[in-house]
Ligand binder design. Structure first.
Ligand SMILES: [Zn+2]
Ligand SMILES: [Zn+2]
Length: 353
């Protein structure tokens, strides 16, 4: 990315050699995420030129001094590696680590010698990255690369939102608004938690089959009838848990309205700072609902990525419905356009061995 709103191009970038505590990782697969779009359209404000990408799997190709992982170790990249030393890390909230606040950091340079930024400390839409070792979580060998890549963002975020933030229990009712990669991961996790019914909501009718494959019991169109359709499936009450996976005030409001009195709304989508949500003081009091966000699934990736990777390896977690297709790096800009148009779930860039 050369600047906000511009079309990404494929360019040669020179990476530094891995320093102490750093690894060079050869990327096998990298997913295209809405947060990458946020870097393209300016919802987030990174510095440019910028290498996109933060959801990836690869193999350690070179280990700098004072590292533990051996060359050849398969890893999933973590875009919010915990420092283990700040207030949040010491109080059991590594996903809010104070060391991870910048949308991009400087690493490497262009062929012309210009300093380059990498997205969320990774810049994973590339053949290789150089990252701190704590941003690389070892996983078993032999995982399907396109599915393993999703463990680093969409799946960790969606599963964590259900398991850690909302703590959905068996038999509880769930609505999921917005069926991109994260929304579909929320559906998968809700089914694993034994939730019922699981109502999948999107504006795009074409998401119906995807939603049912990922674990939804019902697909509902996101329109004026949504509240009525949700209440019709929850004895007139609304759902116990609504997950907003879009990042817009309008869909947060729809999630709020779909939730029963005393229920919980979990905002998983990342929205814009000028998109304001208005709720009446009476509504907030009378509905007794909880509204909160789930950042990176309220998860510790060092613990949960290996757990999810083991489930994937054992065939106990099927992420195939989340992968709409694989593309080459040259095709990534076009796939980002498809993502922006809401076509499919996750498009994943794969690299030849
Ligand atoms: Zn992401
Ligand atoms: Zn920290």
């Amino acid at each position: 990315m050369r600047g906000r709103g511009e079309t990404p191009t494929v360019e040669e970038v020179r990476l530094p050699a891995p320093g102490p505590g750093e690894l060079r990782v050869r990327i096998r697969a990298a997913g295209l995420c809405h947060s990458d779009l946020a870097m393209v359209n300016g919802t987030l404000a990174p510095a440019y030129p910028l290498v996109l990408g933060h959801e990836a799997t690869g193999v350690v190709a070179e280990a700098g001094p004072a590292t533990r992982l051996a060359v050849g170790t398969p890893v999933v990249l973590n875009w919010a590696p915990a420092c283990r030393d700040c207030w949040h890390c010491r109080h059991g909230e590594p996903w809010l680590c104070a060391a991870n606040t910048a949308p991009s950091v400087a690493r490497g340079e262009t062929a012309a010698g210009e300093s380059v930024q990498v997205t969320l400390g990774l810049g994973a839409l590339a053949e290789e990255v150089v990252v701190p070792e704590r941003a690389a979580v070892p996983v078993p060998a032999g995982l399907p690369p396109a599915q393993a890549a999703l463990l680093g963002c969409a799946v960790l975020t969606g599963v964590g939102a259900v398991r850690n933030t909302a703590r959905v229990g068996a038999g509880e009712s769930v609505a999921v608004i917005g069926l991109g990669g994260v929304g579909l991961a929320v559906l998968t996790a809700a089914r694993r938690a034994g939730a019922s019914p699981i109502l999948a909501v999107d504006v795009v009718e074409a998401k119906r089959e995807l939603a049912l494959a990922a674990g939804a019991t019902d697909f509902l169109r996101s329109d004026d009838t949504l509240g009525r359709e949700v209440r019709a499936r929850t004895d007139g009450r609304g759902v116990d848990h609504a997950f907003e996976c879009v990042g817009r005030s309008a869909t947060i409001r729809a999630a709020w309205r779909a939730t029963r009195r005393g229920g919980a709304v979990t905002v998983v989508g990342m929205g814009a700072k000028d998109d304001l949500l208005s709720l009446s003081a009476l509504d907030i009091f009378h509905s007794a609902r909880t509204l909160r966000s789930s950042v990176y699934g309220s998860t510790d990736p060092d613990r949960e990525v290996p757990e999810l990777a083991a489930a994937l390896a054992a065939g106990d977690l099927d992420l195939a419905p989340l992968v709409s297709g694989t593309v080459s790096l040259a095709e990534a800009p076009e796939a980002l356009d498809r993502l922006a148009r809401g076509e499919g779930a996750r498009w994943v860039v794969t690299f030849p061995d």
